[in-house]
Design a protein around this ligand. Structure first.
Ligand code: ZN
Ligand code: ZN
Length: 272
């Protein structure tokens, strides 16, 4: 049992690592085409982001590998392969439940990570990228990586999901993790600044978290930030001309608190 388990953990680590390199590499290439020079002079930062991300790949790979092995060899988990095993409407609903559950976990653990006693040890690695690049998607210190790595492997024991639904969740997780850090907005302005963007997080929203620290903590959705007064609206990228990007909304205490290393209180959320 130990050998197949170890092999599954190793294989999953390799899959997560290669997936990271391909997706982040692909969007880094796209960034070079779309905004030439955006990552210029940031070689050292990018190498650091890649190093931490590959270490995180192992932390993500081990629990995922163990659960995948348990699913195939022992029938663990509520993952199902026969699409007719449950009503078809459950498929999109289960994907939404996974995203909402992950988002909730992320929001509250993220606020915890911004507490002064926790930030330096747990979350400073992720914020060392100022601003981050497409390579920063998994640039986490080990405790932060572990907190993210356990969510989906835990959910598959609690909420039934079809393999295709699970693949969709993982694809969304990977895609948003990379694109929210790549330094520009890939979605059309009409979506980002329209009704969808008011509730769904894209790069413009997360950019502001990396700039101001004490706001915009969410992962996929904005409802927790809105409910808790930590949503300060959309950010504006340095390459965007004034008047473009940013929705100017400064709601709640997050904005009032200032933030960022140059702001009052530094990168630590004393309210969290
Ligand atoms: Zn981030
Ligand atoms: Zn943060």
């Amino acid at each position: 049992m130990i050998l197949p388990l170890s092999l599954a953990a190793l294989a999953m680590t390799a899959i997560v690592g290669v997936r990271y390199l391909l997706v982040s590499g692909g969007f880094a290439l796209a960034t070079g085409r779309r905004h030439p020079g955006l990552y210029a002079g940031r070689r050292k930062q990018i190498l650091r982001e890649i190093g931490w991300s590959l270490a995180s790949a192992a932390i993500y790979g081990v629990p995922a590998g163990v659960v995948a092995w348990g699913w195939r060899a022992r029938g663990w988990t509520l993952i199902y392969a026969d699409v007719h095993a449950r009503p078809l409407w459950w498929l999109p609903l289960s994907v939404l439940i996974y995203l909402l559950a992950h988002d909730t976990w992320f929001y509250w653990t993220h606020r915890w990570m911004h507490r002064p006693a926790v930030f330096a040890r747990v979350h400073a690695v992720h914020h060392a990228s100022r601003p981050p690049t497409a390579w920063a998607a998994m640039s986490f210190a080990p405790i932060e990586a572990l907190s993210g790595a356990l969510v989906v492997p835990a959910l598959v024991f609690l909420v039934p999901i079809h393999v295709a639904g699970l693949s969709a969740v993982l694809a969304i997780m990977t895609l948003m993790g990379v694109t929210n850090h790549m330094g520009w907005e890939m979605f059309p302005r009409s979506l980002v600044h329209g009704p969808v963007g008011r509730w769904v997080i894209t790069a413009s929203h997360h950019e502001r978290h990396h700039r101001d620290y004490r706001c915009n903590y969410g992962l996929y959705f904005r409802h927790w930030d809105r409910l808790c007064g930590t949503d300060t609206g959309l950010g504006r990228f340095a390459h965007e001309p004034r008047g473009q990007g940013g929705d100017g909304r400064r709601a709640g205490a997050g904005a009032a608190a200032g933030g960022g290393p140059g702001g009052a209180g530094g990168p630590l959320d004393r309210r969290a």
